[in-house]
Design a protein around this ligand. Structure first.
Ligand code: SF4
Ligand code: SF4
Length: 416
């Protein structure tokens, strides 16, 4: 049944030079711009339980995934890292580079930076303040400039639809290789305008990026835990450039996604790991859908990054305009219940159509937890309770392992 429209969102076209698009938001989908937030709670949690990157807090399983990758994924990941690491290294020190030009106070830098970012290939560009409440504890003092330029690069459409597959991993990691390079180009451009620019690599995140992308009006948070952007949903890789250039901020937008996900639920129902929750919860001051990390990670690690939750999302598959137009016209979710949207193949397990899910045994979900040293302590405790006090040699070996971990220290780099 047709639905009355609450408001129409206008956004730039998908590619630079494309005409503007209009997204109708049905009345029953309208909630708030961005996501529901209790600002004082966000501040409280930041103070009392500061955010930290999973690359540190969950380093034990991030090491473990390399032991369960297939041979092909392992080889590809090594090749990717060789190409990508120099880009991540370069980004780390960009905040210290001095501007090369002289500021022109009559210039509208917001317009010019947006245009340059689009010319470089970014599909979504938005401006907001860098909200330090979402910065990781280990990165807070690294961030030098107060304005955040949020940029999203689309990953290849056709490769993405083959998820989960090695082909789709080429798209995933290949997009990072391009994004790392063009983010550096964007920073060079900003310096040529007379301002500083610091590149926050997509593979060495300085904080939780999605809340800032939402504040910059580039989408809303989906039930799959990802940013749903207007043109490519979650088929996007995110990076930030912070600057002291005098840019003006965009505003969060209500695309109707908060309610739409409650109705759609396709990713929730199709997740092979049963890692997605049906309902939103208040978490660190934000009302959001939570992902159960421990149910997701083992599937991602063993099945080429999984990402079925990206593949089956209608906003990713068809784009936000057709999805929202279809909802307004029919009250239904475009593609829901069809093999075209919901079907996927899991290596060794076969094809799963709507209503069908693969199963895994309990051992499949066992993996190391926490930081590296925490996991070592965990194993040591288990040994103590099972075998009693260890020998002097075992104690020395344990202490040596802990010392090695502490000496190497934690890296914030990862493969998001
Ligand atoms: S990556 Fe796979 S297992 Fe993880 S939440 Fe998405 S669909 Fe579920
Ligand atoms: S599949 Fe549906 S419920 Fe999941 S993120 Fe996409 S729109 Fe939301």
């Amino acid at each position: 049944m047709p639905k009355p429209v609450s408001h129409v969102v206008k956004r730039p076209g998908r590619k630079h030079g494309d005409p503007e698009v209009e997204i109708p938001v049905a009345e029953d989908l309208a909630t708030v711009p961005g996501v529901p937030v209790r600002e004082e709670d966000v501040s409280f949690y930041t103070r009392v339980y500061p955010l930290e990157t999973q690359n540190i807090d969950k380093a034990a399983d991030r090491d473990w995934v390399w032991t369960v990758y297939t041979e092909e994924v392992l080889e590809y990941r090594k090749r990717h890292d060789e190409i990508n690491q120099p880009l991540v290294d370069a980004a780390l020190h960009t905040g210290e580079i001095e501007p090369t030009g002289t500021p022109d106070l009559d210039q509208n830098v917001t317009v010019d930076i947006r245009l340059k970012a689009r010319e470089l290939g970014f599909g979504e560009v938005g401006f907001t303040k860098f909200d330090y409440r979402y910065a990781y504890a280990s990165k807070k003092s690294w961030v030098k400039y107060e304005h955040a330029i949020c940029v999203a690069l689309e990953q290849d459409y056709l490769q993405t639809q083959t998820l989960p597959s090695l082909e789709a991993e080429f798209a995933h990691f290949g997009t990072y290789e391009i994004e790392g390079a063009i983010a550096l180009d964007l920073a060079d451009y900003i310096r040529s305008l007379g301002y500083h620019a610091q590149v926050h690599s997509p593979n060495d995140n300085s904080g939780a990026y999605i809340p800032m992308f939402v504040n910059a009006g580039l989408g809303q948070l989906g039930a799959n835990g990802q940013l749903l952007s207007p043109h490519f949903g979650s088929r996007a890789r995110l990076a930030i450039v912070t600057t002291d250039a005098p840019v003006s901020y965009d505003q969060p937008v209500d695309y109707g996604i908060n309610k739409f996900c409650e109705i759609c639920q396709v990713c929730v129902n199709r997740c092979p790991g049963r890692a997605l929750l049906k309902e939103r919860v208040w978490w660190r001051g934000t009302e959001k859908f939570k992902v159960i990390y421990e149910r997701c990670r083992p599937v991602m690690a063993r099945y080429e990054g999984c990402a079925v939750c990206i593949k089956v999302c209608p906003v990713q598959r068809y784009g936000m305009v057709p999805v929202m137009e279809h909802y307004v016209a029919t009250g239904e979710v475009l593609g829901k219940g069809t093999d075209n949207l919901e079907g996927y193949t899991i290596r060794d397990k076969g094809y799963f159509g709507p209503g069908e899910l693969p199963t895994f045994n309990r051992e499949f979900f066992e993996m190391p937890h926490g930081r590296r040293e925490e996991w070592l302590f965990e194993q040591f405790k288990e040994k103590l309770s099972k075998e009693g006090v260890p020998s002097v040699e075992e104690l020395v070996s344990f202490a040596t392992d802990v010392k090695e971990i502490l000496e190497v220290g934690n890296s914030t780099r990862g493969d998001e």
